[in-house]
Design a protein around this ligand. Structure first.
Ligand SMILES: Cc1ncc(COP(=O)(O)O)c(C=O)c1O
Ligand SMILES: N[C@@H](CCCC[NH3+])C(=O)O
Length: 416
Protein backbone atom coordinates (compact mmCIF):
# COMPACT_ATOMS: atom_id res chain seq x y z
CA UNK A 1 0.00 0.00 0.00
CA UNK A 2 1.41 3.36 -0.95
CA UNK A 3 -0.20 6.78 -1.15
CA UNK A 4 2.50 8.23 -3.40
CA UNK A 5 3.74 6.80 -6.69
CA UNK A 6 5.39 7.82 -9.96
CA UNK A 7 3.21 8.11 -13.01
CA UNK A 8 4.20 9.66 -16.38
CA UNK A 9 7.59 10.64 -14.90
CA UNK A 10 6.10 12.58 -12.02
CA UNK A 11 5.21 11.91 -8.38
CA UNK A 12 1.51 11.60 -7.61
CA UNK A 13 -0.62 11.54 -4.46
CA UNK A 14 -3.44 9.17 -5.33
CA UNK A 15 -4.55 10.52 -8.76
CA UNK A 16 -3.20 14.04 -8.39
CA UNK A 17 0.26 15.17 -9.50
CA UNK A 18 2.30 16.89 -6.81
CA UNK A 19 3.46 19.46 -9.39
CA UNK A 20 -0.17 20.49 -9.81
CA UNK A 21 -0.58 20.75 -6.04
CA UNK A 22 2.48 22.99 -5.76
CA UNK A 23 1.24 25.14 -8.65
CA UNK A 24 -2.13 25.59 -6.99
CA UNK A 25 -1.27 25.92 -3.29
CA UNK A 26 2.37 27.03 -3.36
CA UNK A 27 5.49 25.61 -1.73
CA UNK A 28 6.24 24.37 0.84
CA UNK A 29 3.08 22.49 1.78
CA UNK A 30 2.03 19.26 3.40
CA UNK A 31 0.04 16.84 1.24
CA UNK A 32 -1.98 13.96 2.73
CA UNK A 33 -3.82 11.02 1.19
CA UNK A 34 -7.30 10.40 2.53
CA UNK A 35 -7.36 6.86 1.17
CA UNK A 36 -4.11 5.92 2.88
CA UNK A 37 -5.26 7.31 6.24
CA UNK A 38 -8.46 5.31 5.96
CA UNK A 39 -6.73 2.08 4.97
CA UNK A 40 -4.26 2.29 7.83
CA UNK A 41 -7.05 2.91 10.34
CA UNK A 42 -9.11 0.04 8.91
CA UNK A 43 -6.15 -2.34 9.32
CA UNK A 44 -6.59 -1.88 13.06
CA UNK A 45 -10.37 -2.08 13.17
CA UNK A 46 -10.60 -5.03 10.76
CA UNK A 47 -8.03 -6.99 12.76
CA UNK A 48 -10.11 -6.34 15.88
CA UNK A 49 -13.40 -7.57 14.45
CA UNK A 50 -15.27 -9.79 16.85
CA UNK A 51 -13.37 -8.35 19.81
CA UNK A 52 -14.75 -5.54 21.98
CA UNK A 53 -12.37 -2.73 21.06
CA UNK A 54 -11.70 0.95 20.46
CA UNK A 55 -8.93 2.40 18.32
CA UNK A 56 -8.09 5.85 19.65
CA UNK A 57 -6.03 7.71 17.07
CA UNK A 58 -3.26 9.76 18.79
CA UNK A 59 -4.17 13.31 17.83
CA UNK A 60 -0.66 14.64 18.41
CA UNK A 61 0.60 12.82 15.32
CA UNK A 62 -1.51 14.93 12.96
CA UNK A 63 -4.27 17.07 14.40
CA UNK A 64 -5.69 18.81 11.35
CA UNK A 65 -9.47 18.69 11.76
CA UNK A 66 -9.92 17.26 8.26
CA UNK A 67 -7.68 14.33 9.22
CA UNK A 68 -9.60 13.83 12.47
CA UNK A 69 -12.88 14.01 10.59
CA UNK A 70 -11.83 11.34 8.08
CA UNK A 71 -11.04 9.01 11.00
CA UNK A 72 -14.11 9.98 13.05
CA UNK A 73 -16.30 8.93 10.11
CA UNK A 74 -14.79 5.45 10.42
CA UNK A 75 -15.72 5.28 14.10
CA UNK A 76 -12.33 6.21 15.52
CA UNK A 77 -11.80 7.15 19.11
CA UNK A 78 -9.11 9.68 19.96
CA UNK A 79 -6.18 9.88 22.36
CA UNK A 80 -5.64 13.50 23.41
CA UNK A 81 -3.07 15.25 25.58
CA UNK A 82 -4.55 18.75 25.94
CA UNK A 83 -7.83 20.61 25.91
CA UNK A 84 -6.75 22.04 22.56
CA UNK A 85 -6.72 18.54 21.10
CA UNK A 86 -10.08 17.84 22.74
CA UNK A 87 -11.66 20.89 21.07
CA UNK A 88 -10.19 19.82 17.72
CA UNK A 89 -11.74 16.37 18.08
CA UNK A 90 -15.14 17.85 18.90
CA UNK A 91 -14.90 20.38 16.05
CA UNK A 92 -14.07 17.50 13.69
CA UNK A 93 -17.16 15.52 14.66
CA UNK A 94 -15.39 13.09 16.99
CA UNK A 95 -17.40 11.74 19.90
CA UNK A 96 -16.42 12.73 23.46
CA UNK A 97 -17.38 9.28 24.72
CA UNK A 98 -14.61 7.84 22.53
CA UNK A 99 -11.88 10.11 23.87
CA UNK A 100 -9.09 9.11 26.27
CA UNK A 101 -7.02 11.85 27.89
CA UNK A 102 -3.29 11.10 28.37
CA UNK A 103 -0.48 13.38 29.52
CA UNK A 104 1.45 14.06 32.72
CA UNK A 105 0.32 17.64 33.36
CA UNK A 106 -3.45 17.95 33.03
CA UNK A 107 -4.66 21.26 34.49
CA UNK A 108 -7.85 21.67 36.51
CA UNK A 109 -9.45 23.59 33.65
CA UNK A 110 -8.60 20.77 31.25
CA UNK A 111 -10.06 18.18 33.60
CA UNK A 112 -13.22 20.26 34.04
CA UNK A 113 -13.81 20.62 30.31
CA UNK A 114 -13.19 16.93 29.67
CA UNK A 115 -15.65 15.99 32.44
CA UNK A 116 -18.26 18.43 31.12
CA UNK A 117 -18.22 16.93 27.64
CA UNK A 118 -18.13 13.38 29.03
CA UNK A 119 -14.93 11.75 27.79
CA UNK A 120 -14.47 8.00 28.01
CA UNK A 121 -11.49 7.96 30.34
CA UNK A 122 -8.63 9.87 31.95
CA UNK A 123 -5.32 8.07 31.59
CA UNK A 124 -3.92 9.11 34.97
CA UNK A 125 -0.14 9.43 35.09
CA UNK A 126 0.58 10.17 38.78
CA UNK A 127 -0.84 9.91 42.27
CA UNK A 128 -1.04 13.69 42.53
CA UNK A 129 -3.12 13.77 39.35
CA UNK A 130 -5.50 11.19 40.82
CA UNK A 131 -6.16 13.42 43.83
CA UNK A 132 -6.66 16.49 41.65
CA UNK A 133 -9.07 14.67 39.37
CA UNK A 134 -11.12 13.50 42.35
CA UNK A 135 -11.34 17.11 43.61
CA UNK A 136 -12.40 18.51 40.24
CA UNK A 137 -15.03 15.79 39.79
CA UNK A 138 -16.32 16.52 43.32
CA UNK A 139 -16.70 20.22 42.42
CA UNK A 140 -18.75 19.22 39.39
CA UNK A 141 -20.71 16.64 41.37
CA UNK A 142 -19.75 13.75 39.09
CA UNK A 143 -17.44 10.74 38.98
CA UNK A 144 -14.42 10.81 36.71
CA UNK A 145 -13.70 7.65 34.71
CA UNK A 146 -10.08 6.62 35.26
CA UNK A 147 -7.43 4.30 33.99
CA UNK A 148 -3.96 4.23 35.52
CA UNK A 149 -1.14 4.61 33.04
CA UNK A 150 1.38 2.10 34.28
CA UNK A 151 5.00 2.13 33.44
CA UNK A 152 5.83 -1.54 32.84
CA UNK A 153 9.62 -0.99 32.74
CA UNK A 154 9.90 -2.61 29.32
CA UNK A 155 12.65 -1.53 26.94
CA UNK A 156 10.98 -0.49 23.69
CA UNK A 157 14.41 -0.54 21.93
CA UNK A 158 13.72 2.69 20.11
CA UNK A 159 15.33 6.16 20.08
CA UNK A 160 15.89 7.31 23.70
CA UNK A 161 13.89 10.51 23.11
CA UNK A 162 10.79 8.54 22.11
CA UNK A 163 11.09 5.65 24.56
CA UNK A 164 8.52 6.10 27.32
CA UNK A 165 8.08 2.79 29.14
CA UNK A 166 11.29 2.69 31.16
CA UNK A 167 11.44 3.43 34.87
CA UNK A 168 13.50 6.55 34.29
CA UNK A 169 10.91 8.12 31.97
CA UNK A 170 8.53 10.74 33.32
CA UNK A 171 5.45 8.86 32.10
CA UNK A 172 3.05 6.70 34.05
CA UNK A 173 3.19 5.04 37.45
CA UNK A 174 5.64 2.25 38.26
CA UNK A 175 3.69 -0.98 37.75
CA UNK A 176 4.89 -2.23 41.14
CA UNK A 177 3.06 0.66 42.82
CA UNK A 178 -0.06 0.33 40.68
CA UNK A 179 -2.08 -1.93 43.06
CA UNK A 180 -1.74 0.63 45.87
CA UNK A 181 -2.76 3.44 43.51
CA UNK A 182 -5.84 1.49 42.35
CA UNK A 183 -6.76 0.92 46.00
CA UNK A 184 -6.51 4.64 46.60
CA UNK A 185 -8.62 5.35 43.50
CA UNK A 186 -11.25 2.86 44.70
CA UNK A 187 -11.45 4.71 48.02
CA UNK A 188 -12.17 8.09 46.43
CA UNK A 189 -15.85 8.97 45.97
CA UNK A 190 -15.56 10.86 42.73
CA UNK A 191 -13.57 8.39 40.68
CA UNK A 192 -14.77 5.39 38.76
CA UNK A 193 -12.13 2.82 37.82
CA UNK A 194 -12.37 1.77 34.18
CA UNK A 195 -9.15 0.24 33.02
CA UNK A 196 -5.40 0.23 32.70
CA UNK A 197 -3.25 1.81 30.02
CA UNK A 198 0.36 2.15 28.96
CA UNK A 199 2.43 3.49 26.11
CA UNK A 200 5.97 2.17 26.00
CA UNK A 201 7.43 4.20 23.16
CA UNK A 202 7.16 5.13 19.55
CA UNK A 203 8.50 3.73 16.27
CA UNK A 204 8.83 0.14 17.55
CA UNK A 205 10.02 -2.23 14.85
CA UNK A 206 10.01 -5.33 17.04
CA UNK A 207 6.62 -6.10 18.61
CA UNK A 208 8.01 -8.35 21.37
CA UNK A 209 8.08 -5.48 23.92
CA UNK A 210 4.31 -5.00 23.37
CA UNK A 211 3.68 -8.66 24.16
CA UNK A 212 5.94 -8.46 27.23
CA UNK A 213 3.95 -5.41 28.31
CA UNK A 214 0.62 -7.18 27.84
CA UNK A 215 1.96 -10.02 29.97
CA UNK A 216 2.67 -7.62 32.81
CA UNK A 217 -0.67 -5.86 32.45
CA UNK A 218 -2.55 -9.16 32.60
CA UNK A 219 -0.73 -10.09 35.81
CA UNK A 220 -1.81 -6.74 37.24
CA UNK A 221 -5.41 -7.22 36.10
CA UNK A 222 -5.52 -10.62 37.85
CA UNK A 223 -3.94 -9.28 41.00
CA UNK A 224 -6.47 -6.43 41.14
CA UNK A 225 -9.38 -8.81 40.54
CA UNK A 226 -8.36 -10.66 43.70
CA UNK A 227 -8.74 -7.33 45.50
CA UNK A 228 -12.22 -6.85 44.02
CA UNK A 229 -11.04 -4.21 41.57
CA UNK A 230 -12.34 -5.16 38.15
CA UNK A 231 -11.02 -3.49 35.02
CA UNK A 232 -13.14 -3.33 31.90
CA UNK A 233 -10.47 -2.25 29.44
CA UNK A 234 -6.80 -2.68 28.61
CA UNK A 235 -5.25 0.09 26.54
CA UNK A 236 -1.90 -0.87 24.99
CA UNK A 237 -1.12 2.63 23.70
CA UNK A 238 0.43 3.38 20.33
CA UNK A 239 3.97 2.95 19.12
CA UNK A 240 3.85 0.66 16.10
CA UNK A 241 6.72 1.61 13.81
CA UNK A 242 6.66 2.48 10.11
CA UNK A 243 9.13 2.31 7.24
CA UNK A 244 11.13 5.50 6.84
CA UNK A 245 14.12 3.91 5.10
CA UNK A 246 14.56 0.15 5.07
CA UNK A 247 12.97 -0.85 8.37
CA UNK A 248 10.88 -4.02 8.31
CA UNK A 249 7.88 -2.28 9.81
CA UNK A 250 5.53 -4.59 11.72
CA UNK A 251 2.32 -5.58 10.00
CA UNK A 252 -0.65 -4.17 11.92
CA UNK A 253 -2.87 -7.22 11.37
CA UNK A 254 -0.17 -9.61 12.58
CA UNK A 255 0.56 -7.44 15.60
CA UNK A 256 -3.11 -7.34 16.62
CA UNK A 257 -3.48 -11.08 15.99
CA UNK A 258 -0.55 -11.81 18.32
CA UNK A 259 -2.08 -9.61 21.02
CA UNK A 260 -5.47 -11.32 20.60
CA UNK A 261 -3.89 -14.78 20.81
CA UNK A 262 -2.24 -13.84 24.08
CA UNK A 263 -5.49 -12.39 25.41
CA UNK A 264 -7.36 -15.66 24.74
CA UNK A 265 -10.99 -15.59 25.77
CA UNK A 266 -10.74 -12.92 28.45
CA UNK A 267 -13.73 -10.60 28.46
CA UNK A 268 -12.06 -7.23 28.27
CA UNK A 269 -12.22 -4.28 25.91
CA UNK A 270 -8.96 -3.89 23.99
CA UNK A 271 -7.81 -0.38 23.15
CA UNK A 272 -4.94 1.09 21.12
CA UNK A 273 -3.64 4.62 20.58
CA UNK A 274 -1.85 4.56 17.22
CA UNK A 275 -0.56 7.78 15.72
CA UNK A 276 2.45 7.33 13.47
CA UNK A 277 1.36 4.00 11.97
CA UNK A 278 -1.80 5.66 10.64
CA UNK A 279 -0.50 9.05 9.58
CA UNK A 280 3.25 9.00 8.82
CA UNK A 281 3.20 7.50 5.35
CA UNK A 282 -0.06 9.26 4.49
CA UNK A 283 1.83 12.51 3.97
CA UNK A 284 4.74 14.29 2.30
CA UNK A 285 6.22 17.71 2.77
CA UNK A 286 6.48 19.33 -0.65
CA UNK A 287 9.38 21.75 -0.96
CA UNK A 288 11.29 23.66 -3.65
CA UNK A 289 15.04 23.93 -4.22
CA UNK A 290 15.98 27.60 -3.87
CA UNK A 291 19.76 27.53 -4.37
CA UNK A 292 22.55 25.07 -4.95
CA UNK A 293 25.76 25.97 -3.09
CA UNK A 294 28.55 23.92 -4.61
CA UNK A 295 31.82 23.64 -2.71
CA UNK A 296 34.81 21.36 -3.26
CA UNK A 297 34.28 19.67 0.13
CA UNK A 298 30.48 19.82 0.56
CA UNK A 299 27.45 20.75 -1.50
CA UNK A 300 24.33 22.28 -0.05
CA UNK A 301 20.87 22.33 -1.54
CA UNK A 302 19.00 25.17 0.14
CA UNK A 303 15.27 24.47 0.08
CA UNK A 304 12.25 26.54 1.09
CA UNK A 305 11.25 24.20 3.95
CA UNK A 306 13.17 24.15 7.21
CA UNK A 307 13.42 22.66 10.68
CA UNK A 308 10.50 24.84 11.80
CA UNK A 309 8.31 23.02 9.24
CA UNK A 310 9.65 19.53 9.98
CA UNK A 311 11.67 19.07 13.16
CA UNK A 312 12.30 15.32 13.14
CA UNK A 313 15.70 15.29 11.36
CA UNK A 314 17.07 18.07 13.61
CA UNK A 315 15.59 16.72 16.84
CA UNK A 316 16.12 12.98 16.44
CA UNK A 317 18.64 12.84 13.56
CA UNK A 318 15.74 11.06 11.86
CA UNK A 319 16.40 9.85 8.32
CA UNK A 320 13.56 10.72 5.98
CA UNK A 321 13.48 9.96 2.27
CA UNK A 322 13.67 12.82 -0.20
CA UNK A 323 12.05 12.20 -3.57
CA UNK A 324 12.36 14.33 -6.69
CA UNK A 325 8.84 15.18 -7.87
CA UNK A 326 9.96 15.09 -11.52
CA UNK A 327 13.15 13.02 -11.69
CA UNK A 328 15.67 14.25 -14.29
CA UNK A 329 18.72 12.81 -16.01
CA UNK A 330 19.98 16.03 -17.64
CA UNK A 331 22.06 17.23 -14.68
CA UNK A 332 24.91 15.57 -12.80
CA UNK A 333 24.19 13.60 -9.66
CA UNK A 334 25.90 15.19 -6.67
CA UNK A 335 26.00 14.57 -2.95
CA UNK A 336 24.10 17.24 -1.01
CA UNK A 337 23.21 18.27 2.50
CA UNK A 338 19.66 19.49 2.10
CA UNK A 339 19.16 22.48 4.40
CA UNK A 340 16.55 25.12 5.13
CA UNK A 341 16.76 28.92 5.49
CA UNK A 342 16.63 28.91 9.31
CA UNK A 343 19.65 30.35 11.11
CA UNK A 344 20.72 27.18 12.93
CA UNK A 345 23.48 24.76 12.03
CA UNK A 346 21.05 22.01 13.00
CA UNK A 347 18.60 23.12 10.31
CA UNK A 348 18.72 20.26 7.84
CA UNK A 349 16.13 17.89 6.43
CA UNK A 350 18.56 15.41 4.88
CA UNK A 351 22.31 14.83 4.79
CA UNK A 352 24.61 13.26 2.21
CA UNK A 353 21.94 12.55 -0.38
CA UNK A 354 22.76 11.86 -3.99
CA UNK A 355 20.42 13.99 -6.06
CA UNK A 356 20.09 15.26 -9.64
CA UNK A 357 18.56 18.67 -9.01
CA UNK A 358 18.49 22.28 -10.15
CA UNK A 359 17.19 25.42 -8.52
CA UNK A 360 13.39 25.47 -8.87
CA UNK A 361 12.97 21.69 -8.68
CA UNK A 362 10.31 20.25 -6.39
CA UNK A 363 11.19 17.63 -3.79
CA UNK A 364 8.92 15.59 -1.54
CA UNK A 365 10.06 14.69 1.97
CA UNK A 366 8.46 11.29 2.48
CA UNK A 367 6.75 9.90 5.61
CA UNK A 368 5.91 13.40 6.84
CA UNK A 369 2.26 12.82 7.71
CA UNK A 370 2.94 12.22 11.42
CA UNK A 371 4.81 14.58 13.74
CA UNK A 372 5.35 16.97 10.84
CA UNK A 373 2.95 19.87 10.85
CA UNK A 374 2.03 19.29 14.50
CA UNK A 375 5.62 19.91 15.58
CA UNK A 376 6.09 22.93 13.34
CA UNK A 377 6.70 26.39 14.74
CA UNK A 378 7.06 30.01 13.67
CA UNK A 379 10.78 30.17 14.45
CA UNK A 380 12.53 32.85 12.38
CA UNK A 381 9.03 34.35 11.87
CA UNK A 382 8.23 31.82 9.21
CA UNK A 383 4.53 31.29 8.67
CA UNK A 384 3.41 27.71 9.02
CA UNK A 385 2.82 26.08 5.67
CA UNK A 386 -0.41 25.07 3.93
CA UNK A 387 -1.91 21.60 4.31
CA UNK A 388 -3.69 19.86 1.44
CA UNK A 389 -5.76 16.65 1.41
CA UNK A 390 -5.98 14.53 -1.73
CA UNK A 391 -9.00 12.29 -2.21
CA UNK A 392 -8.86 10.32 -5.47
CA UNK A 393 -8.59 12.95 -8.21
CA UNK A 394 -9.78 15.75 -5.91
CA UNK A 395 -7.70 18.00 -3.67
CA UNK A 396 -8.66 20.35 -0.88
CA UNK A 397 -6.91 23.07 1.08
CA UNK A 398 -7.36 21.93 4.70
CA UNK A 399 -5.23 24.64 6.29
CA UNK A 400 -4.28 27.93 4.71
CA UNK A 401 -0.67 29.06 4.70
CA UNK A 402 -0.11 31.52 7.56
CA UNK A 403 0.09 35.18 6.62
CA UNK A 404 2.15 38.02 8.08
CA UNK A 405 -0.98 39.07 10.01
CA UNK A 406 -1.22 35.55 11.47
CA UNK A 407 2.40 35.83 12.60
CA UNK A 408 1.75 38.94 14.70
CA UNK A 409 -1.75 38.09 15.90
CA UNK A 410 -2.24 39.05 19.54
CA UNK A 411 0.98 41.06 19.80
CA UNK A 412 0.88 44.74 20.81
CA UNK A 413 3.18 47.74 20.90
CA UNK A 414 3.82 49.50 24.22
CA UNK A 415 1.78 52.74 24.57
CA UNK A 416 4.84 54.95 25.00
C1 LIG B 1 0.21 8.25 25.44
C2 LIG B 1 0.51 8.11 23.99
N1 LIG B 1 -0.32 7.39 23.21
C3 LIG B 1 -0.10 7.25 21.89
C4 LIG B 1 1.00 7.83 21.26
C5 LIG B 1 1.17 7.62 19.80
O1 LIG B 1 2.33 6.94 19.51
P1 LIG B 1 2.68 6.49 18.02
O2 LIG B 1 2.59 7.69 17.16
O3 LIG B 1 4.06 5.98 18.14
O4 LIG B 1 1.70 5.45 17.62
C6 LIG B 1 1.90 8.56 22.03
C7 LIG B 1 3.11 9.15 21.43
O5 LIG B 1 4.13 8.49 21.38
C8 LIG B 1 1.65 8.72 23.43
O6 LIG B 1 2.47 9.44 24.18
N1 LIG C 1 7.48 13.26 17.79
C1 LIG C 1 8.12 12.00 17.77
C2 LIG C 1 7.35 10.94 18.43
C3 LIG C 1 7.02 11.31 19.83
C4 LIG C 1 5.90 10.53 20.29
C5 LIG C 1 5.10 11.31 21.25
N2 LIG C 1 4.65 10.52 22.38
C6 LIG C 1 8.57 11.63 16.37
O1 LIG C 1 8.47 12.39 15.49
O2 LIG C 1 9.09 10.58 16.14
Amino acid sequence: MSAFHYQNGSLYAESVSLSDIAAEYGSPCYVYSRNYLEQRFLEYSNALEGQDHLVCYAVKANSNIAVLNVLARLGAGFDIVSVGELERVLAAGGKAERVVFSGVGKTKAEMRRALEVGILCFNVESEAELERLNEVAAELGCRAPVSIRVNPDVDAKTHPYISTGLRDNKFGIDIARAPAVYQRAASLDHLEIKGVDCHIGSQLIDTTPFLDTLERLLQLVDELAKQQIHLSHIDLGGGLGVRYRDEQAPNTGEYIAAIRRRLGDRQVKLMFEPGRSIAANAGVLLTTVEFLKLNPHKNFAVIDAAMNDMLRPSLYQAWMDLLPVTPREDVDARLYDVVGPVCETGDFLAKDRELRIESGDLLALASSGAYGFTMSSNYNSRGRVAEVMVDGDQHYLIRARETVADLMRGEALLPL
